[in-house]
Design a protein around this ligand. Structure first.
Ligand SMILES: O=P(O)(O)OC[C@H]1O[C@](O)(COP(=O)(O)O)[C@@H](O)[C@@H]1O
Ligand SMILES: [Mn+2]
Length: 662
């Protein structure tokens, strides 16, 4: 099978360049070495093309919230529960439906509890028999739009035979009833029921979603981005559109010292330094020593406390010091970049140069501001960008550690391999932030290396720089590395979408007006259908059919904001997985489903913990809104994958003619 894919991709690679190459057909004929094999494959592919399209699942702004993300994956944004209801609502009570749903989501944990509840073996065996039967029924329903071969690949390897026997039982005369009963009894008596139930549950979770899109911001704020990365690496089918926080991590790994300072600053701010130190194995000792030497307590740099974990005063103070040390390093490191890259248009961010260090004051836009909670002991007023030798040493050691972390390397490799700045998929445009626009709705341009780029061309250029920087981790100050930082914070970055980032003001100035980050006009113009249509056209998509899918800006459901914009052409799915933002959004995140019937937006009400779901059997309530409804069920034929399959069919037909129909 693998061999076949290699051949196909080789042929596709050559396809544009040459007309059907007989050498390639000869190669293909090695796999399809008989007329029957070619015919079977053509029939198979043509049949797949007529199946309903698989379900796409869109999530964004996960921000390290692994548990909540896991839950959404396991319940397929409500799809699993919906299917359970379809099948069993007439025979089970509401409580039983919930209990069964939580068994499908968290089989291992749920089984542990249930087993303690039964006093006799007989009762437990009855539970097993009943649950296995229900799981098989649910699996059969969930897999109805897939080929047998695809289902087989999703089954737990050790139970393929047993599950297939139970799944495809065609016993209308009940001759084999005893045979099926025997299989299940044997499974139970051989102590394999738990494993079978878990395997079935995982297969159901997997089949409910065909493909996952992560529309950016896996990293920062929450505690477990690494576990999200591991989950994605093991997921059956996924793509990522980078968020501003993700490129920040990519930038750090690619050698950008200022990106590196930022990721550590954010981890300190959210009391997540464990991610740096314990998870990725980066030694923070040199930074701590520096912090202890130059910094004291400072209310502006106290870490945000996790709700479930109390920090000791000693720990809180240590983090406060680290937080200041790395923030000042960040502000210093920004200066030379802003100076060597005038095209970034960021000279108004040279704030360390504008500070009056004697009076601790700063004039911003003509207004004088007092700097509260200053911590500028390492800043040389005559040359604020200069790092102390110790600071320089700390940054270099941190960078070395970051680039040599085995786990981070694995995660960043995956992020670069599966990620893009934007994605065109099944007619839709997926992008984390925005397409920078001027007030009239024209796409913004940026001059880079004496050439002007606009719209899609600008985004392609940006992406090229991210990849180039990643290829050259030893170089820290070339344009590509600086550009990754620009994507984090620059005004025409498609990931940031604001005029400037006011981090300095947020730490040191009380007046909240100075904290405001002015959003790109995109964020109000996207309410207009016309704007959305223009963008889709710019990206070569059909504005009649396509949608733009955005993350990045929390939708404030609490204030009545509608996540569906531009007369349904735009869907914003950042509802705030991030706990830190839930009080402003009023919900716990949006996700989007796109199946053969159309698109549905799901609002997740609340997720407190896995334990609560397992114990109480309650599910996170999801409200669905119909984004659009297909007039006719969409088939695989009309998808990206369908296009590929069509190409394969035409190649195989070519082979048939060339080889076998002479
Ligand atoms: O809420 P925090 O952690 O202080 O972060 C605020 C910063 O995060 C940003 O909103 C970027 O993060 P998002 O992509 O999650 O919006 C900046 O614009 C802003 O300065
Ligand atoms: Mn973002």
């Amino acid at each position: 099978m693998k061999h076949k894919h290699v051949i196909f991709s080789y042929i596709q690679l050559e396809w544009g360049a040459i007309i059907l190459n007989t050498k390639l057909l000869d190669l293909l004929a090695e796999t399809y070495d008989s007329e029957e094999k070619v015919a079977t494959e053509i029939i198979n592919l043509a049949a797949i093309l007529n199946l309903p399209k698989g379900t796409e699942h869109f999530v964004s702004d996960l921000h390290g919230e692994y548990q909540a993300f896991q839950h959404v994956l396991r319940n397929g944004s409500g799809r699993v529960k919906e299917k359970i209801n379809d099948l069993f609502k007439d025979e089970l009570t509401e409580t039983e439906l919930n209990e069964f749903a939580s068994l499908v989501y968290y089989p291992k944990e749920k089984l542990r509890i249930i087993k303690n509840e039964y006093s006799s073996e007989h009762e437990l065996n009855e539970f097993y028999t009943e649950s296995i039967a229900r799981m098989i029924k649910l699996l059969s329903y969930a897999s109805s739009k897939y080929t047998r071969s695809k289902i087989r690949k999703a089954l737990p390897a050790s139970f393929v035979y047993i599950i297939e026997e139970l799944l495809y039982k065609t016993d209308e005369t009940s001759n084999k009833e005893e045979y099926y009963t025997k299989i299940v009894q044997q499974v139970i008596s051989l102590d394999q029921a738990d494993k079978l139930i878990s395997g079935l549950a995982c297969t159901i979770q997997r089949l409910v979603i065909d493909h996952l899109h992560v529309v950016g911001d896996i990293y920062d704020r929450g505690p477990e981005p690494d576990k999200i990365m591991d989950t994605l690496i093991n997921y059956h089918s996924v793509d990522i559109q980078w968020g501003n926080h993700d490129v920040l991590w990519l930038g750090a790994y690619s050698g950008s010292k200022v990106c590196l300072a930022n990721i550590i600053r954010i981890c300190a701010r959210y009391d997540n330094l464990d991610i740096i130190e314990d998870v990725y194995g980066i030694n923070l000792r040199p930074l701590l020593n520096l912090a202890e030497r130059y910094y004291g307590d400072n209310p502006a740099f106290r870490p945000k406390q996790h709700a479930d974990e109390e920090l000791s005063e000693h720990e809180a103070l240590q983090i406060t010091k680290i937080h200041q040390a790395i923030a000042i390093i960040q502000f210093k490191l920004e200066i030379p970049i802003i100076k060597r890259r005038p095209q970034f248009n960021m000279s108004d961010r040279l704030l360390l140069e504008k500070v009056d260090y004697e009076r601790n004051e700063l004039i911003l836009n003509g207004e004088l501001h007092k700097l509260e909670d200053p911590c500028f002991t390492t800043v040389d007023p005559a040359n604020p960008e200069r790092l102390l030798a110790e600071e320089e040493e700390v940054v270099n050691r941190l960078l070395f550690s970051v680039q040599h972390s085995e786990k981070l390397t694995r995660h960043m490799d995956f992020l670069i391999k599966r990620g893009t700045l934007y994605l065109k998929y099944n007619g839709n445009l997926l992008i984390h932030g925005c397409i920078p626009l001027d007030k009239k709705g024209n796409m913004e341009s940026m001059a880079i290396e004496n050439q002007v780029y606009t719209g899609r061309a600008l985004l392609d250029k940006f992406e090229g720089y991210v990849r180039e920087a990643f290829q050259k981790p030893d170089i820290s100050d070339d344009l590509s590395t600086d550009m990754v930082w620009y994507l984090w914070t620059g005004e025409y970055s498609s990931l940031f979408g604001k005029r400037a980032m006011t981090t300095f003001e947020r730490y040191f100035i009380k007046d909240k007006h100075t904290h405001k980050e002015e959003k790109n006009p995109y964020y109000y113009l996207r309410e207009n259908e016309e704007t959305c249509r223009n963008i889709l056209t710019e990206f070569g998509l059909d504005p009649e059919q396509g949608h733009i899918i955005n993350g990045h800006t929390p939708v404030k459901e609490i204030d009545g904001e509608n996540p569906i914009k531009g007369n349904g052409k735009m869907v914003v799915i950042d509802g705030g997985f991030s706990k830190a933002y839930q009080s402003t959004t009023g919900i716990a995140g949006y996700t989007l489903l796109y199946n053969s019937y159309g698109m549905q937006l799901v609002a997740h009400k609340h997720f407190s913990s896995k334990d609560e779901v397992v114990r109480g059997g309650t599910d996170v309530l999801s409200v669905k809104r119909l984004v659009n409804k297909e007039l006719q069920r969409k088939k695989v034929l009309e998808t990206n994958i369908g296009e590929e399959l069509l190409e394969q069919v035409s190649l195989l037909k070519g082979l048939m003619k060339y080889r076998y129909m002479k």
